[in-house]
Ligand binder design. Sequence first.
Ligand code: G1P
Length: 298
Amino acid sequence: MKPRKVTKAVFPVAGLGTRFLPATKSIPKEIMTLVDRPLIQYAIDEARAAGIKEFIFVTSRGKSALEDYFDHAPELESALRKSGKDDLLETLKDTNMDSGAIAYVRQNRPMGLGHAVWCARRLIGNEPFAVLLPDDVIAAEKACLQQMIEAYEHTGGCMVAAMEVPPEKASSYGVLDIAEDMGSIVRLKGMVEKPKPKDAPSNLAVIGRYILTPAVLSNLNRMKQGAGGEIQLTDAIADETGSSPGVFGFRFRGQRYDCGSKIGFLQATVAFGLARPDLNEEFGAYLHEMMAMQKAAQ
Ligand code: G1P
């Protein structure tokens, strides 16, 4: 039997974004832009491409810019219309959400990613759902979440996006404990959140895309504290590895950028800048020049 269709997605956006202070003192980190689109737009576009119809944001204080971003902007729109700037009006289209397609719940204390997802439980109800962490930006020919949904239609159960990382980086991720490696899909027997390098069960790390069953929400009800004293999503998913149909890792095809770190954000800026036909030539030439200057100075 085919598993139930995934039409809801949760976007945990309550984090303080301290790694980007002072910028994040007054803007949510999800509004920081890669070229000319905020991080959150990349996650929303990916979810839409995967057939998601309902978007649930878990927010916190200071995140109202996100709500405004996805609303209509009547004054701006009429000013653009009057001045005949149809191309710019077009770019605004992706930012508008139909009334009722987007919902916001607040996480009023930072108690971890698992707790953030749990805050959305009433809006999710009793059906499978996706979770997208906007910090992880994934450039792919076919949207990463779409790839996962296609795989999930065969496996059912829970699924996490997975990527090989160097052993010394494992402690920054949830790490997969593999029961059976079937190529792009791996069956898991456990997962460990932020292990010490020597305790990492593999070099396959969780990347911020998940397809989850409502059982994970029941596991989160227990409010069990995990790594860093937080309620970890990884632990609540790992609790499902013993049940049928189980938990799977999915090696997606695409390039992931860790936009929660400065270096990842800069790398993404370069990659997305170069990928833009209107910027490629001038930006590419500039990068060449910069590299030559840096080499000459060494
Ligand atoms: C979160 C998850 C972790 C996952 C990572 C991917 O960690 O807890 O399991 O590997 O996202 O980006 P965070 O980066 O929020 O510390």
